[in-house]
Design a protein around this ligand. Structure first.
Ligand code: NAD
Length: 295
């Protein structure tokens, strides 16, 4: 069976070009460039890497980026002060608070304090509620990226059975809602599976589109996949390997080699959903600067 390897990097580059053109035309009209800010608390290496790659992506399309780096000892009150400052700052169109936060800070309290109109991560309950109701909303970056990837790869979703494994608030739950909505590039029948699901394999074998967001290396094996299915791998893991130049390699939640023999389309790791996630954040920042969601 011929397989379509869905090139998330190429699609993300295509979207970046579109954003760069849009930003350039704003600047030509003497409008200010969109501005994305990020707050990062502490020294978590993965978070530092994510924020650095978001900054780089902003730069590549002409979006202004600024980073507030706060020490791990920052109190909840001090962090709230920065959040309140960014809520008021007219120059900042949207901002993110990089998660996870140190244990002594209540994550929910911080996310609730973000002005929903600047919540380009789409994690505020107001944006989650709007998404749920099909109202204009900032969509969380990863599911937004999956939707865009399916659309641009011309993978039909209407009337298809989508099985999502994983019910996190940032991936599994929102992608289930988005794909089941009565809307273009959605209209799917969705089954949401999780750690308490019984007979998981019986369900995944029915999937026309299988979305894996579990957080376990190679969890989805070929015997769980219907021949001809589309497989979207959200997982991302660094596996140590002294044989590799960097001392590790990246892999996903899907046993790529074996599943690729059975699927009709598949996203690789790296180069699948990862690049789409970052580009979705840029799309949300552009929407924020144009006041599209909240006028
Ligand atoms: P999470 O860790 O918050 O939740 C995992 C989910 O998997 C849970 O809902 C749980 O019920 C389910 N699960 C666990 N074991 C299971 C089992 N045996 N059977 C069925 N379901 C099971 O998930 P998350 O934050 O959505 O992250 C999932 C993966 O995606 C991680 O590897 C993460 O690093 C990755 N991720 C990647 C991107 C990206 O941009 N590529 C973005 C977000 C998350």
């Amino acid at each position: 069976m011929s397989i379509q390897i869905i090139d998330g990097k190429a699609i993300a580059d295509e979207i970046k070009k579109e954003i760069a053109i849009e930003v350039a035309s704003m600047i030509d009209k003497d409008e200010k460039a969109p501005h994305l800010a990020a707050i990062i608390v502490g020294e978590d290496a993965a978070s530092q890497t994510y924020v650095a790659s978001k900054e780089k992506a902003c730069k590549s399309v002409g979006i202004t980026s600024s980073v507030y780096k706060l020490p791990a000892s920052t109190s909840e009150k001090e962090l709230l002060d920065v959040v309140h400052f960014l809520n008021q700052d007219l120059d900042v169109d949207g901002y993110i608070v990089q998660l996870p936060l140190p244990d002594h800070i209540d994550e929910q309290k911080i996310l609730l304090a973000i002005n929903p109109a600047k919540d380009v991560d789409g994690f505020h309950p107001e944006n989650a509620g709007r998404m749920m109701l099909g109202l204009p909303a900032y969509l969380p970056a990863t599911p937004f990226g999956i939707m865009e990837l399916l659309k641009r790869s011309k993978i039909e979703t209407a009337a298809k059975h989508v099985v999502v494994i994983g019910r996190s608030n940032i991936v599994g739950t929102p992608i289930s809602v988005m794909l089941s909505r009565k809307a273009q590039n959605a209209n799917a029948t969705v089954t949401l599976c999780h750690s308490r699901t019984k007979n998981l394999k019986d369900i995944t074998l029915q999937a026309d589109i299988l979305i894996a967001a579990i957080g376990k290396v190679g969890f989805v094996t070929a015997d769980m996949v219907k021949p001809g299915a589309t497989v979207i791998d959200v997982g991302i893991h660094r596996v140590e390997d002294v044989g590799k130049e960097k001392g590790y390699y990246l892999t996903g939640d899907v046993d790529y080699e074996e599943v690729a023999k059975k699927a009709s389309a598949i996203t690789p790791v790296p180069g699948g959903i990862g690049p789409m996630t970052i580009v979705s954040l840029l799309q949300n920042t552009l929407l924020a600067s144009k006041r599209v969601i909240y006028s």
